[in-house]
Design a protein. Structure first.
Length: 126
């Protein structure tokens, strides 16, 4: 019984971590055209209690920003360039799909454990 409840907790922690990852991916996509924006990344680590996963600290991608040539832009330097962002939409969309699929897998696990727990309770009631 404890294993079923533990699996619910682990699946829920996975869903929470992937939801946080999706939030940062959506921020990156929303700011893809924001000058000077650095892409946010997140890593995962073991949960404090050792059961499940937790989102680690948010880090800024320190790769070089894209140099955009637009002499009429208010942020342009004397050479006509300004810093764009380092967000690659293809990578962000791939990350979003991966996070979505991981979330769905954890949701299926959660649902299966819930159904098994419910069936166990029905058997015990008889």
């Amino acid at each position: 019984m404890a294993d079923l409840i533990n699996s619910l907790s682990i699946a829920a922690s996975g869903m929470e971590a992937q939801a946080q990852r999706l939030r940062h991916v959506s921020e990156n996509i929303a700011n893809a055209d924001t000058p000077g924006y650095h892409r946010k990344t997140i890593s995962f680590r073991d949960a404090v209690d050792g059961n499940g996963v937790a989102a680690g600290p948010v880090r800024l991608d320190r790769s070089e920003l894209t140099q955009i040539y637009d002499p009429g832009h208010p942020l342009a330097d004397p050479s006509g360039h300004y810093d764009g962002s380092n967000v690659d939409l293809v990578i962000e969309i791939a990350d979003a799909r991966e996070a979505q699929r991981s979330y769905e897998a954890n949701l299926r696990l959660f649902d299966q454990a819930r159904q098994m727990t419910q069936s166990l309770f029905e058997i015990l009631r008889r």
